[in-house]
Design a protein around this ligand. Sequence first.
Ligand SMILES: *Cc1c(COP(=O)(O)O)cnc(C)c1O
Length: 405
Amino acid sequence: MTLRAGRDFLAIPGPTTVPDEVLRAMHRPAVDIYDGPLLDLTASLHRDIARVFSTKGHAYLYIANGHGAWEASLTNVLSRGDKILVLESGRFAVGWGEYARRLGVEVEILKGDIRRAVRPAEVEARLKSDKGGSIKAILVTQVDTASGVVNDIAAISQARRAAGHDALLMVDAVASLGCMPFEMDAWGVDLAMAGSQKGLMMPPGLGFVAANDRARHAHRTADLRTPYWDWTERESEGHYLKYAGTPPQHLLFGLRQALDLLFEEGMENAFRRHRLLAEATRRAVAVWSEGQALTFNISAPEERCDTVSVVLTPGFDAEALRTWCRENCGVIIGHGIGDLSGKAFRIAHMGHVNAPMLLGTIGVIEMALGAMGIPHGAAGVQEAIAWLGQQVGPTAGAMTATAKR
Ligand SMILES: *Cc1c(COP(=O)(O)O)cnc(C)c1O
């Protein structure tokens, strides 16, 4: 017996669902890469990626996934033997730091915990004790997709200021950009990076880096620079050089459409949509957790991010639940990764996601909990529906109208 038919429902934290408009925008003939409209498209994308990061700084577009953008970030501003501080709050900042170590950078990890956010006070204390200013950069993720945490980047930047330290602040925004506010300039972030396939509703394949003047100043003397990632090469006049070779033109067509969708909705409205769908998910999880078989990974409610909910499953096998959802209903939820492998599942609510998609996903999870006989508080989905209904209110289109004002 199966209820699976048609498209699978992808609720993993990347790659995420690609809107039909974006798929269609890529389905077209190839164009000239030396002349014509593609040159203007490149200019518009550099401008608009900087806009999404909220920076007046420079944006770079790479044919790469997030790992490539990690390497692009590190090699452009660091030198062999430099020391950096990695702020742990899950898995991804540590993974980025591991790349730095393999490039010849000395890496110190500020110990954190997979169940909580980075503590800005601990960052301040560590930077204050770095009397000689030997720490050249700080690496942190805004959202860690393994733990489901959101770090307070503004507060971490403020901690650096309070310590009177001038290390570059480098932020991984792969799992938050386009979904949650990111204010690169206002927060004092020097370098930020992301990939195309999460909040930006695109296939994997494009990596983005944004850099302010401080980062570009560090670039001048960085000796880890390599030809392919090098910002100086990519700031050349020639269009071909901006991609260090053939531009990924179909991905660029798709990205243009994805950004147009985001701007049409309004970034504030997109943030609000994510906040509401995330909170609806959390309300359902909170009810389910009354059965004591599952619980939130992130302990403090205000540290839970709006793009992925990570749920620990001490009372049952998370993989069995995932298999049930996939095989019976075609709903694909994320698995626990790193230390949480086999001990958690992850519900992504990131990018091109709306109320029926989210309610469908949590509806199937609740169905699985019941069918598999896993103890859980009943009617979690009902709770999510009631809360969302209250937020939207009685008037048709009320939310969109508010967002547009
Ligand atoms: C997905 C992810 C990455 C890695 O991106 P890839 O495109 O898979 O290389 C890095 N950081 C965070 C926070 C992520 O969620």
